[in-house]
Design a protein around this ligand. Structure first.
Ligand code: GDP
Length: 697
């Protein structure tokens, strides 16, 4: 009998039963392990008795909405990545440094700038037009465009020229600054009594075509059909279903590229990774890669052996493969739960959901609903008529309409929250995906968000982050000198494939950038002239034309203006809906950029015996082929005492009076070379052919 079946029968939680078994000295690895008769009997006797006071008693599984008494040290959601939280000190009212201050009349005007000094802003502060400032910079031998950064010293020199004293708030955001404190403004750790069970967050990983998307769709469609909720299913990066009254949230972007891109930002949202393996195909390289990514994230793994409806399905082979890579199946005495399923027929899906809930119970996933919300961005985009929309996942607290939110370099007041059924909601609880309207821009996937009480603090924080971001993005323009240019030219032996990449979401943008970054080549480098979310417009085409770049679009289309400009500018736009196709074709394009490698193939050698001058047209060398052969299309090299005197093509190859196409070893012939006639008896003529080989990246 399985542990979870006995737990159900006895009306205790799996965790409780597992603890009792362990206390009774019965070793058990997983909740889906089988128990022998003796163990079952013992537990029936023990639990059948009036319940002895136990320190680990938790309410039955069937009442998950009840908060679990925190007898065991419950860990809060995301505790994997949780930093030690500190009670924030009282925030002094944030003081904003004046950006400019008018001095008394007899003193020079003083301007105070903060963060990076950008040409446009400096011009504004100096009361100049940007192009005037650019000209002044050029006179100092500095070539900077309007959005580029200027060195502080240079900016001060320029300001001085205009009778202005420029000061810089070097480290505006130091440890004592109120904004810095606002950044660290962590909530107090939640009291154990406040922790409530939250739904697990699940991601599907695995090899391409093994059925990740089909499983996601099957689970969503089945649950939507079952649910009473109105509204239209919305793609919001994740969706929540209910199974036997308990919730599970699925992240909607399958594949480890997106999973890892999110994780790289610290957004370790996934609690359980379902590794999808096609039963007819078995473990493939990408499956192993996905497993490594899940293991690196210390995520609980469940194996879904899919396509069980196919006659070629061989789940035992898959289990053997799992065993071989260190993931022993639980029904073979190991630890990894394996669920045979078919996305096509729906068979086994209920069992898979049951196992997800079981594992989530073991993980004791809890979070407080109290306090200001925080969490992560799953995806974000610009939507016509709505502006920036971000798909958020709350990890603690409750997000309300009207909250002031900071997300990366953007902030805003939550105008509306929309759930995965397209229904407007007022609040979002932990592990609930929502679409949020009201941010000032499109944050990146994986970006952390947090609610702030004080709108002013939130705005200043964002202002500061924006400056920092620009500093990172803008390179300080260097003084151009011929020497620098030559140095650049010698460095630029490497070819460059320039791309403009536009995608439907930040998530796919990052996944594609990451996938392209994995194409390794010493000879061709990929550089992104522009990346962004949204359709391809005429500005993109103009930029591509100006920078000789190719435009790649993923799951988007071209705007009308772009189509016209595309033809006029002769720019190449390629649209895709599969990431792997982009990678393949870009690899092909990179290979195509490499000029074929030319290799010489020696074919024969002749010795000049006699020279026959012919009026005006030079001379014919009377030769004997001493080895190999010579064809009329061969290249020739004249060598005298080890020195090469000539290298070029044959003008004519004759035997007796006739033109021939080939002369072989031991035969005599008359040879004329293109632009060379200074033969001497005893010279060697070497013949070779040039072969072309496609270069590898
Ligand atoms: P992904 O690349 O892992 O997301 O795979 P998809 O969900 O796109 O599925 C790839 C192909 O396998 C599609 O043609 C599906 O129709 C097919 N497929 C997925 N699941 C099953 C299944 O359970 N049984 C069968 N017979 N085909 C399936």
């Amino acid at each position: 009998m399985r542990l979870y079946d006995l737990a159900k029968e006895l009306g205790v939680s799996n965790k409780d039963l597992m603890n009792r078994l362990q206390a009774a000295g019965i070793a058990i690895k997983s909740v889906s392990n089988s128990l022998d008769e003796q163990a079952v009997l013992r537990m029936r006797n023990e639990i059948g008795k009036p319940a002895a006071p136990t320190t680990t008693a938790t309410p039955p599984v069937s009442t998950p909405s009840e908060p679990t008494p925190p007898a065991t040290p419950a860990k809060e959601s995301q505790s994997k990545s949780a930093k030690p939280e500190v009670k924030p000190p009282e925030l002094p009212a944030p003081e904003k440094a004046p950006v400019s201050a008018s001095p008394p009349e007899d003193k020079p005007k003083v301007i105070i700038m903060r963060g990076a000094i950008i040409v446009r802003e400096l011009a504004e502060q100096l009361g100049l037009k940007p192009n005037q400032l650019i000209t002044e910079l050029m006179m100092m031998n500095i070539f900077a465009s309007i959005n580029e950064r200027v060195d502080l010293k240079v900016a001060q020199q320029l300001a001085e020229k205009h009778g202005i004293l420029l000061e810089h708030e070097k480290k505006l955001i130091d440890q004592k600054s109120p904004i810095k404190k606002a950044e660290d403004d962590e909530e107090e750790p939640a009291c154990p009594e406040d922790l409530e069970i939250r739904p697990p967050v699940v991601t599907f990983l695995g090899h391409i075509d093994h059925g990740k998307t089909s499983l996601l769709d099957r689970i969503r469609n089945t649950s939507v059909a079952k649910s009473e909720a109105g509204g239209i299913t919305q793609h919001i990066g994740a969706y929540t279903i209910e199974h036997h009254g308990r919730k599970i949230t699925f992240l909607d972007t399958p594949g480890h590229a997106a999973f890892t891109a999110m994780r790289a930002r610290g957004a370790n949202l996934t609690d359980i990774a379902i590794i999808v393996i096609a039963a007819d195909d078995g473990i493939m390289p990408q499956t192993e890669e996905a497993i490594k990514h899940a293991q690196a994230a210390q995520t609980t793994i469940i194996a879904a052996i899919n396509k069980m409806d196919l006659p070629a399905a061989n789940p035992d082979r898959v289990k053997k493969q799992l065993q071989a890579i260190g993931l022993p199946p639980e029904d073979w005495g190991g630890t990894v739960i394996c669920c045979p399923v078919s996305a096509q027929t729906g068979k086994g899906i209920d069992h898979l959901l049951e196992m997800i809930l079981l594992q989530s119970e073991m993980l004791e996933l809890k979070a407080t609903h109290k306090g200001r919300a925080e969490g992560y961005t799953i995806e974000a985009q610009m939507e016509p008529g709505m502006g920036p929309t971000a798909h958020l996942m709350v990890t603690r607290g409750t997000l309300h309409v009207g909250d002031v939110l900071v997300c990366g370099p953007f902030c805003g007041r939550v105008k509306a929250l929309i759930n995965d059924h397209g229904i407007k909601i007022r609040t979002a609880l932990p592990s609930t995906p929502v679409k949020c309207l009201g941010l000032s821009g499109v944050p990146q996937a994986g970006e952390k968000f947090k609610v702030y009480v004080n709108e002013k603090t939130a705005r200043e924080l964002v202002e500061n982050r924006g400056t920092e971001l620009r500093v990172q993005q803008l390179a300080i323009p260097k003084k151009a000198s011929l020497q620098d240019l030559f140095a650049e030219m010698s460095k630029s032996q490497q070819l460059e494939l320039r791309l403009i990449l536009k995608c439907d979401t930040q998530g796919s943008l990052e996944a594609i950038q990451k996938a392209l970054g994995e194409i390794k080549s010493d000879k061709v480098a990929i550089s992104f002239v522009l990346t962004g979310v949204g359709n391809i417009n005429e500005n993109d085409v103009l930029l591509a034309s100006a920078s000789a770049a190719i435009i790649i679009g993923f799951n988007i289309s071209k705007e009308n203006g772009a189509v016209q400009f595309e033809k006029r500018e002769g720019v190449e736009i390629r649209l895709y809906s599969i990431i792997y196709d982009i990678v393949d074709q870009i690899r092909e394009a990179m290979t195509g950029m490499l000029a074929p490698e030319l290799r010489e193939k020696f074919v024969g050698k002749a010795e000049v015996r006699q020279i026959f001058p012919i009026s005006k047209k030079g001379a014919v060398a009377g030769c004997l082929m001493i080895n190999g052969r010579v064809g009329s299309r061969c290249k020739a090299r004249v060598v005298r005492k080890g020195d090469t005197l000539y290298e070029g093509s044959l003008l004519s190859l004759r035997r007796f009076q006739d033109d021939v196409s080939e002369v072989r070893e031991g035969q005599e012939c008359g040879i004329r070379l293109d632009n060379y006639s200074a033969f001497e008896a005893g010279d060697s003529i070497e013949f070779f052919e040039v072969e072309k080989f496609a270069q590898k990246l």
